[in-house]
Design a protein around this ligand. Structure first.
Ligand code: FES
Ligand code: FES
Length: 169
């Protein structure tokens, strides 16, 4: 029996150690918000957080994730879609087909967690996710909106489950 802490809950399941985390999340745990795009760490559709850091879960084997680490998927980013980034996404109606967008949001949320005021270069370096619908301009605009609308770190993300960088767990 395997155990992982996912979205704040301890979850038990059976899977081979070399199973990519993406497939554990989707197939074993039913968390299908995380998408499969390329399978080779290129597109970012499968982005989730491990201990707050963005990872491309299609290339992370189950054996590389410790039971004590906190895995967060799009389903756990906030309880009601109230994360700062999700709110900006809704306001600017960012998605087109939507397939890439959970990975995009998770990548942006991780960036703003460590760099609440990212430079253009920071954004270009961190957000390398591919969107086949070409929503890049709206993604950039929504990142700007999220940055502008963020107040003090405390409480800015509504029901954000992940603690802000440097805060107590
Ligand atoms: S599916 Fe993981 S990066 Fe494309
Ligand atoms: S919104 Fe369709 S792939 Fe990005």
């Amino acid at each position: 029996m395997n155990k992982l802490n996912v979205n704040g809950e301890e979850m038990e399941f059976i899977a081979d150690p070399d199973t990519p985390l993406l497939w554990v999340l989707r197939e074993q745990l039913g968390l299908t918000g995380t998408k499969y795009g390329c399978g080779v760490a290129q597109c970012g559709a499968c982005t989730v957080h491990i201990d707050g850091a963005p990872v491309r879960s299609c290339v992370v084997p189950l054996s590389a994730v410790q039971e004590t680490q906190a895995v967060v998927t799009i389903e756990g980013l906030s309880r009601n879609g109230t994360h700062l980034v999700q709110r900006a996404w809704r306001t600017l109606d960012v998605p087109q087909c939507g397939y890439c967008q959970s990975g995009m949001i998770m990548a942006v949320a991780a960036l703003l967690r460590t760099k609440p005021r990212p430079t253009e270069a920071d954004i270009d370096a961190a957000i390398t996710n591919i969107c086949r619908c070409g929503t890049y301009q709206r993604v950039k605009a929504a990142i700007g909106l999220a940055v502008r609308s963020s107040g003090p770190r405390t409480g800015e993300a509504g029901e954000l489950l992940e603690p802000a960088q440097g805060s107590a767990a």
